[in-house]
Ligand binder design. Sequence first.
Ligand SMILES: Cc1cc2nc3c(=O)[nH]c(=O)nc-3n(C[C@H](O)[C@H](O)[C@H](O)COP(=O)(O)O)c2cc1C
Length: 217
Amino acid sequence: MAHYLIFLGSTRTSTPPAPARLSERVAKACLQLLNAQRDTTAEIIDPLSLDLSGPFKPHFAYSASTVPDDLDALAMKIDQADGYVMVSPEYNHAMSPALSHLLNHFGASLFAFKPSAIVTYSMGQWGGTRAAVNMRSFLSELGCLPVSAMTHIPKAHEALDSDGQFRAEQERWEGYFGRTLAQLIWWANAAKAHKAKQDPISLSPAINQTPSQRDAP
Ligand SMILES: Cc1cc2nc3c(=O)[nH]c(=O)nc-3n(C[C@H](O)[C@H](O)[C@H](O)COP(=O)(O)O)c2cc1C
């Protein structure tokens, strides 16, 4: 059994543009499609469920006794998950600041040696493709390597209803999503099986003392 976290990339409660948080529809669609797979479970991680206001302080900057419970619980979920789906709108041709802010709270070692899938959307015709391009480098740096197939949903407010159901051409949408999710699941299963044989962290230890641990001599 492999477990996936679907990161919902919006905290936008304002309208216009209406409807707010199209991300909910896209994340629900991903949840339904992943849960329909064999030996697969998934859950949505909603940045609105965490209080991320105030000065930025990542999970790893707290001492064990002071780390907020919800931040710590999410760190454990990230650590235990087998793969990730990153759902992002396009804001000014870039990935969602709500999503990058949430992810920046956690050290790369929690995500490392696991795959991720990029799913973007927009109300316009490009489906968040420009955001997706910079998500590749962001997610690679985080250690959860993005699979090559990506899913982009133009006019997501028309394509999906509020329950995350496709309003038309369901089979084609499922096939389109299916390619990305199949790659995610394949890599997640492969990484999980190989991890049982060889601990990757022992070969490539976490960088958790100083950024200069990355430096060339
Ligand atoms: C600040 C801001 C910037 C945006 N920039 C883009 C953009 O560059 N490209 C695009 O296609 N849509 C853009 N949009 C439209 C969003 O893709 C659309 O509002 C989408 O519904 C946002 O996702 P959300 O509803 O889950 O927050 C932008 C919206 C906002 C609020």
